[in-house]
Design a protein around this ligand. Structure first.
Ligand SMILES: O=C(N[C@H](Cc1nc2ccccc2[nH]1)C(=O)O)c1cc2ccccc2s1
Length: 164
């Protein structure tokens, strides 16, 4: 079939159609595709059927490493730890947090390499397409009040607490 897939526009937070072969983008479904064919496109289930709540809210505790997109933070001008070290550090925090939302906010405030540390790690509400994909997927997979396993994005390694 065609090389079309459904993506989300991060600037508009709405779905669009992208042809991976021609690199063409369309706001509306490509002509010539039946309803069934559109529904079967990669990404259609996730972005077209609206099976994800419009927005979620989460806090996170980020530990950056030398491979992070921006290996610097309010805490440390030049972050040189390895990803493996960052994971070990985060495992220690996860153990200390032990499922407590209060402990999560406390440790995020002191230890998170994200500027959201100043608000207990709270990122506020966000919609599909606004945060890095692994972070978004991990958040949507959580129930409200649940804390994620360690997840990795281009920014570093995170623990996520879904709050809404
Ligand atoms: O991207 C941010 N901060 C980056 C680190 C980072 N990378 C992230 C990737 C996914 C989710 C949160 C993330 N925070 C930085 O400080 O280098 C954000 C900070 C804040 C603060 C308040 C609300 C949203 C955001 S998003």
């Amino acid at each position: 079939m065609s090389n079309w897939e459904v993506r989300i526009s991060s600037s508009r937070g709405v779905p669009y159609y992208y042809n991976t072969e021609t690199k063409e983008s369309l706001w509306e479904a490509p002509a010539g595709l039946t309803q069934e064919q559109v529904a079967a496109l990669p990404g259609a289930k996730q972005y077209l059927s609206g099976d994800r709540p419009a927005q979620v809210r989460a806090s996170h505790l980020l530990v950056k490493h030398r491979g992070s997109r921006r290996p610097s933070s309010w805490k440390e001008q030049n972050i040189t730890r390895s990803k493996e070290e960052a994971i070990e550090i985060l495992k220690g925090y996860a153990h200390e947090i032990d499922g407590s939302a209060e402990k999560f906010a406390e440790l995020a405030t002191v230890h998170s390499d994200c500027s959201s540390h100043s608000n207990g790690g709270d990122l506020g509400f966000f919609r599909p397409g606004q945060m890095q994909k692994p972070f978004e997927d991990a958040t949507y997979a959580l129930k409200v009040g649940e804390i994620s396993d360690i997840i990795s994005t281009d920014s570093g390694v995170h623990l996520i607490l879904r709050t809404a």
